[in-house]
Each structure stands twice: as structure tokens, then as C-alpha cells.
Design a binder for this molecule. Structure first.
Ligand code: NAD
Length: 313
């Protein structure tokens, strides 16, 4: 079997060594395509591979069609909106992500972002403390839960909304209060930490009305995806409410406009850095390699995202 590791933003060396070891033990060949700048390089490299590991790299229909022997793509990370699931299913290619492997890195960044904004981006002036404030967690998945548990230790009152988690015990175990609607969540949150995936349902769902309902001095923290924000609504809310703040790990399309209109009430990391820790890199990379061997050797498909037969043709 031949595996391509295609990473515009490469894994740490330790992760690459670990990935190579896992495939060497399975008797697989590994090809690295790192820091490529042209899609043509990826199209050429996928031609004869059986498996593909990517990070935020775009696996479009064109890439899948060019990969004639491809059986599986693993996105080393949680969000998989960079992989064309429908095209993969149409070509009988299994798609997996590696949920949970970088959650701690993202959760730590979300909390760091709250402190950064509470202390005027580390510039002189009087800030506020997190203790005693209410943190709303929008989506209580792998990252949301870790943010919830850590925030409790910092003395925050934590509430959460996730319509797909029906067992109350999940929240109770963390001392977190579930609320019944997204409107209720935003209206009560001094800090709002976003962890929803980008789907047809969630795109542009964080809108003017929700933002305007937030308490005085509230901060929206986005370590999820830029697509879930209605940027026109965000611009209007930050213009009308000069107390609102927005910090994001995924630069908005309107970054320069937002920086101009909101000054120190806005910050975007220059490059997505939620999962950029040595630990997350290694965890996600190794998990991707193990999942490929598990699937090709034993048919293990626990993390397969397109299990249902495709009805796309
Ligand atoms: P996850 O799959 O473990 O959890 C997602 C949660 O969202 C689930 O609990 C699900 O029930 C909930 N959900 C889905 N649709 C919802 C909706 N409409 N309203 C409310 N809740 C909804 O994912 P995760 O590991 O917690 O990651 C969350 C998101 O964070 C990912 O989708 C990804 O886009 C993003 N992420 C960013 C980085 C980064 O580097 N900044 C790294 C990892 C993940």
C-alpha cells in the first residue's frame, strides 16, 4: 500500500517520524508532500496512492478524481469541511477525521483568548477578570467540554447549548448548566466560546440579533470556523455596540475592516493556531496513520464520516 501525507502546513518532525514508523510496521510505503504551493503538485502526487493524510489541505472533487487508487482519506483534525465528502462517496473513498486529538490545544487557546481580550490585548489599562463571569459554550463536543471543565477551575459560571446532546448527565458531570436555546445562551454570556462545526445549518448562523443580545462588555471567542459568522451582522453589531468584542482563530474575510472599526475590541490570529501544538500535531498525525492501517487491514471504520452508501450518482 502507498500512503501520501500532503501537508501545506507540515506536521512536526516527531509526528512525521511516528507516522512513518506506523506505516513501516504495516509494510506500507510513505510519500511526503510538504509545503506545496500549487494544487498541481497535489494532483500529481495522489495519482497512484491508496491512502491520503491531510491537515487543512483541500481535498476537492478534482483531487479525488485524480486519485484513481484512493481508498481512504484521513483529515488529521476535527473539522472536515476541507474534504468533498460527496465526491469521495461517489468514488467509494472512505473519509475519516481524528476527533478529540487536538481538542486540548484548542480549548487552551480559547481560554487564553478570553484572558487576552479581558486584559486589553496586553496593553496598558484596566481589564476585567474571568472569575465570576458567565461563559456560554456553543456546542458541547470534544473541544467545548474541555473548555467547560477548565473554565470551571477558573471560577467561571458555565452554561452550554448543544441540541444533539440529550443526556443531561454529560453536562452535570462537568458542573455545567445546559440551556434550552441558542438565544438564551447568547443573552446570558459575558464570554461566548464557539465550537459548532461549519455545516449548511450553521453557516452565517451567528448573526446581528444574537450578538446584539449579549450582555454589556461581552466577548465572542471563535476557535471554530469563520463561515459560521455572518460578517455583515458582526460589523454592524461591533459598530453599534462599542462595548462588544470579537476574537477569532480564523481570520474573517473582513479582517482589515473589522480591525479599523473595532480597534482593540477585535483580534484575529494571523494564521489558524488552535491545533498548532507539538502534542496535538503528534496525536492527530499518529491517529490518522493508525486509522488508515486499521481500515485497510481490518475494516475498522469507527471514525468514518461517509458510512452510508452514496446516493449521489
Ligand atoms: P466535535 O465533533 O467533537 O463537536 C461538535 C459538537 O457540535 C457536537 O457536540 C455537536 O452535537 C455540536 N453541534 C453540531 N451542530 C450543532 C448546532 N447546529 N448547534 C449546536 N451544536 C451543534 O468537534 P470538536 O472537536 O469539538 O470541534 C468543534 C469545531 O472546532 C470543529 O468542527 C472545527 O471546525 C473547529 N476546530 C478548530 C480548530 C482550530 O485550529 N481552531 C481545531 C479543531 C477544531
Amino acid at each position: 500500500m502507498k500512503v501520501l501525507v500532503a501537508t501545506e502546513k507540515p506536521f512536526a518532525k516527531k509526528a512525521v517520524d511516528g507516522i512513518k514508523n506506523i506505516f513501516a510496521e504495516a509494510g506500507y510505503e510513505v510519500v511526503l508532500l510538504e509545503k506545496y504551493t500549487d494544487k498541481a503538485e497535489l494532483l500529481a502526487a495522489v495519482g497512484d496512492v491508496d491512502a491520503l493524510i491531510v491537515r487543512s489541505d483541500k481535498v476537492t472533487k478534482e483531487v479525488i478524481d485524480a486519485a484513481k487508487q484512493l481508498k481512504i482519506v484521513v483529515r488529521a483534525g476535527a473539522g472536515y469541511d476541507n474534504v468533498d465528502l460527496q465526491a469521495a462517496s461517489a468514488n467509494n473513498v472512505a473519509v475519516m477525521n481524528t476527533p478529540g486529538q487536538n481538542s486540548n490545544a484548542v480549548a487552551e487557546l480559547a481560554l487564553a483568548m478570553m484572558i487576552y481580550m479581558s486584559r486589553n490585548q496586553f496593553t496598558p489599562g484596566t481589564g476585567i477578570e474571568l472569575q465570576g463571569k458567565t461563559l456560554g459554550i456553543h456546542a458541547y463536543g470534544n473541544v467545548g467540554r474541555l473548555v467547560g471543565r477548565k473554565a470551571k477551575a477558573l471560577g467561571l459560571n458555565v452554561i452550554a447549548y448543544d441540541p444533539f446532546i440529550t443526556e443531561r448527565v454529560v453536562f452535570d458531570n462537568d458542573g455545567v448548566e445546559p440551556v434550552g436555546s441558542v438565544e438564551e445562551l447568547y443573552a446570558a454570556s459575558d464570554f461566548l466560546s464557539l465550537h459548532i462545526p461549519a455545516t449548511e445549518q450553521t453557516k452565517k448562523s451567528i448573526n446581528y440579533k444574537l450578538l446584539m443580545s449579549m450582555p454589556q462588555g461581552a466577548t465572542l471567542v471563535n476557535t471554530a470556523r469563520k463561515e459560521v459568522i455572518d460578517e455583515d451582522g458582526l460589523k454592524a453589531a461591533l459598530t453599534e455596540r462599542t462595548d462588544l468584542k470579537y476574537i477569532t482563530d480564523i481570520a474573517p474575510d473582513a479582517t482589515s475592516e473589522l480591525a479599523e472599526l473595532a480597534g482593540k475590541r477585535f483580534f484575529a490570529t494571523p494564521k489558524k493556531m488552535g491545533a498548532e501544538t507539538a502534542e496535538a500535531n503528534i496525536n492527530a498525525g499518529l491517529a490518522a496513520a493508525r486509522q488508515i492501517v486499521g481500515y485497510l487491514e481490518r475494516g475498522e471504520n469507527r471514525f468514518q464520516l461517509n458510512k452510508k452508501p452514496c446516493d449521489c450518482k
